[in-house]
Design a binder for this molecule. Structure first.
Ligand code: SAH
Length: 277
């Protein structure tokens, strides 16, 4: 290993740099190395390809990734103030840490280093879903994702049909990835504590042959269906199909069903028929 183990506790590093959490950046820091190492281990193996960390902040999770043996971490941070602590970490990381000052929403995973690429992040909650959807579109370039969300978001990611949490995000995520809820994290684990409980999920993209190359038709169909989730599909899909009843019946689905009754596979079939419209 290298000098990462010899660093002072993160709390001291943050104090030394006067790096206070700001609401504007959605900042809630993880200082507990047991927890950050647990998140890092969930993303294993880390010793090949590139680990992309979004929003490292003062670098708690970054430290853990390096301690768990990451070969190359590319950390993308929007808040320039974080680079004081991050440069200190980089100095003892034996060339294993690259720092990028940028908005992750403007970057594509394939430009960030060689495959296999694993994305690991305690995400800023205000952009977490937008980033996830962007990464679902880029799934071909991603080997694995281990991400912290608000617990409610993970509930939606793993939700089954006929439940209140089942929606657009469930269908998109489950079609593209094998999704697993790993563990919950209490507000007290963060400095400052957020208002809600968090949860870590792993999303592993399925082989390219098992998923749509272009997700946009699936986004359109699910947006229409769940945009009016109390409506029968024959009504809610009227904006995307000229004859939704025939389309639904052709797939053996009831035109009177509601969005939440359809499986992920049903939505994928509907998406496949959009092209011919
Ligand atoms: N991962 C750290 C910090 C979590 S706070 C930890 O676990 O302690 C979330 C971090 O994401 C903040 O540092 C914030 O500045 C950063 N961030 C917010 N929006 C971002 C974006 N669009 N791109 C990159 N970083 C972002």
């Amino acid at each position: 290993m290298d000098g990462v183990e010899a660093l002072p506790p993160l709390r001291e590093t943050i104090a030394a740099h006067g790096f206070d959490a700001r609401k504007r950046f959605g900042q809630h820091f993880l200082l507990d190395l047991n927890l950050t190492r647990r998140i890092a281990r969930a993303a294993a193996p880390l010793d090949d390809g590139t680990v992309i960390e979004v929003g490292p902040g003062p670098g708690g999770l970054t430290r853990a990734l390096l301690l768990e043996g990451a070969r190359r971490v590319v950390a993308i941070e929007l808040d320039g103030r974080a680079f004081g602590p991050l440069l200190e970490l980089q100095a003892v990381a034996s060339g294993r840490l690259e720092l990028v000052e940028a908005d992750a929403l403007r970057l594509e995973p394939r430009d960030l280093g060689p495959a296999p690429r694993r994305i690991v992040a305690n995400l800023p909650y205000n952009v977490s879903t937008a980033l996830l959807v962007q990464w679902l579109h880029a799934a071909t370039d991603i080997a694995d994702m281990v991400l912290m969300f608000q617990k409610e978001v993970v509930d939606r990611l793993v939700a089954a049909p006929r439940t209140k949490d089942y929606g657009r995000l469930s269908v998109l995520a489950q079609h593209v990835c094998e999704v697993r809820r790993l563990f919950d994290v209490a507000p007290t684990a963060f400095v400052p504590p957020p208002k809600v409980t968090s949860a870590v999920a792993r999303l592993t993209p399925r082989p390219a042959a098992d998923r749509l190359a272009d997700l946009r038709p699936l986004e359109r169909v699910t947006a229409a269906a769940f945009g009016q989730r109390r409506k029968m599909l024959r009504g809610s899909l009227a904006g995307v199909f000229s004859d939704p009843v025939t389309i639904l019946e052709g797939l053996g689905l009831k035109p009177t069903a509601r969005a939440e009754e359809l499986t992920v596979e049903d939505f994928v079939k509907l998406a496949g028929l959009l092209d011919s419209e």
